[in-house]
Design a protein around this ligand. Structure first.
Ligand code: NAD
Ligand code: ZN
Length: 379
């Protein structure tokens, strides 16, 4: 390709300061170095994790930064040593990688690659500790190794899942984070049994994907919990049978759920990022066999408090990044689930805007409107 080995100038949405609207700037994107790939992003969506790191209220401020981690694109060029991808391949970037060599990659239980596991505070490439983005020579930081709010980005080869080129990138881009995370949190981690009762805390895209997983697993009762009453109508399309708004009750929501289910739910999946919801999700599961899975990204100083007797009473607490899917090994198959129509992605994509209107996507998420807003790079 004509651009290989050269700096590419393109548009990127730069977060200059915490909480200030992103600015579309012309950035220089350096060629990929050893084991790196430069990707032309075609579609990118907004996940709540981007919003936390942009607000930087409960997270380390790293600015100026190019956020974004849920996307789909095409390989433009590859750096030295890259053998598994070639220009033209269709890829989904993932915020956590897979080297296939370390103890975690070799374990069936883990997807936390020693080399490439998520690192939210690093703003540079792992190869040489430098950024590949500059504006007039001044470096702009990366985000979780993906920085997809740019027409071109540089990503470690092992943080890219090569997918079926027939898969529509404007739809499957949402599998690069939110939908796979929620689905996997239920199917791979909570593993509810057929006929069981599942509670889902937080009915955004991640929570509703977790709900989709509960439905697939054959759960017969699915209780949605959200502070926003408007979320129930939408959740019904995902199999929500009961809805609880913690604000409608004077007692803690875990007590409400335990009463509703005569002893507690079989599984709970927390997708809010709120520490109180995390504690409630754990405390509402049944003694003996109940499993709670934490998915929401907490405030960095949050502390989980519960009585140890809850553990003695045989409740289990787990957590997961990316629904325990191994990005390179498992994600192409999740894309195939969509291709075989076993998984509907359209219902998660409630908004679509040109990339230049990226701040609209932030406004929608802050207002709690819609699920995923997909931004198209080509206006
Ligand atoms: P979202 O904002 O669309 O959805 C969150 C929902 O939680 C909203 O509907 C909100 O009203 C609700 N909520 C907030 N506080 C609540 C509370 N105390 N009780 C009940 N409901 C509450 O966000 P999303 O994009 O769906 O992401 C959900 C969470 O998952 C975020 O914390 C995000 O950072 C996290 N996440 C984690 C991973 C992972 O790998 N672990 C991956 C993606 C996203
Ligand atoms: Zn995400």
């Amino acid at each position: 390709m004509a651009t290989a080995g050269k700096v590419i100038k393109c548009r990127a949405a730069v977060a200059w300061e915490a909480g200030k609207p992103l600015v579309i700037e012309e950035v220089e994107v350096a060629p990929p170095q050893a084991m790196e790939v430069r990707v032309k992003i075609l579609y990118t969506a907004l996940c709540h994790t981007d919003v936390y790191f942009w607000e930087a209220k409960g997270q380390t401020p790293v600015f100026p930064r190019i956020l974004g981690h849920e996307a789909g694109g095409i390989v433009e060029s590859v750096g030295e040593g890259v053998t598994e991808l070639v220009p033209g391949d269709h890829v989904l970037p993932v915020f956590t990688g897979e080297c296939k060599e370390c103890a975690h990659c070799k374990s069936e239980e883990s997807n936390l690659c020693d080399l490439l596991r998520i690192n939210v505070d690093r703003g540079v490439m792992i190869g040489d500790g430098q950024s590949r983005f500059t504006i007039n020579g001044k470096p702009i930081f990366h985000f979780v190794g993906t920085s997809t709010f740019s027409e071109y980005t540089v990503i470690h080869v092992w943080c890219l899942a090569k997918i079926n080129p027939d898969a529509p990138l404007d739809k499957v881009c949402v599998l690069s984070c939110g939908i796979s995370t929620g689905l996997g949190a239920t199917l791979n981690v909570a593993k509810p049994k057929k006929g069981s009762t599942v509670a889902i805390f937080g009915l955004g895209a991640v929570g509703l994907a977790a709900m989709e997983g509960a439905k697939m697993a054959g759960a017969s009762r699915i209780i949605g919990v959200d502070l926003n009453p408007a979320k129930y109508e939408q959740a019904k399309k995902f199999g929500c049978t009961d809805f609880v708004n913690p604000k409608d009750h004077t007692k803690p929501v875990q007590e409400v759920l335990v009463e509703m289910t005569n002893g507690g739910v079989d599984s709970a999946v927390e997708c809010t990022g709120n520490i109180n919801a995390m504690i409630s999700a754990f405390e509402c599961v049944s003694d003996g066999w109940g499993v709670a899975v934490l998915v929401g990204v907490p405030h960095k100083e949050a502390v989980f408090k519960t009585q140890p007797m809850n553990f003695l009473s045989e409740k289990t607490l787990k957590g997961t990044f990316f629904g325990n899917y191994k990005p390179r090994t498992d994600l192409p198959e999740v894309v195939e689930m969509y291709m075989r129509k076993e998984l509907d992605l359209e219902k998660f994509i409630t908004h679509s805007v040109p990339f230049s209107q990226i701040n609209t996507a932030f406004d929608l998420m802050l207002k709690g409107e819609g699920l995923r807003c997909v931004m198209r790079m080509e206006e």
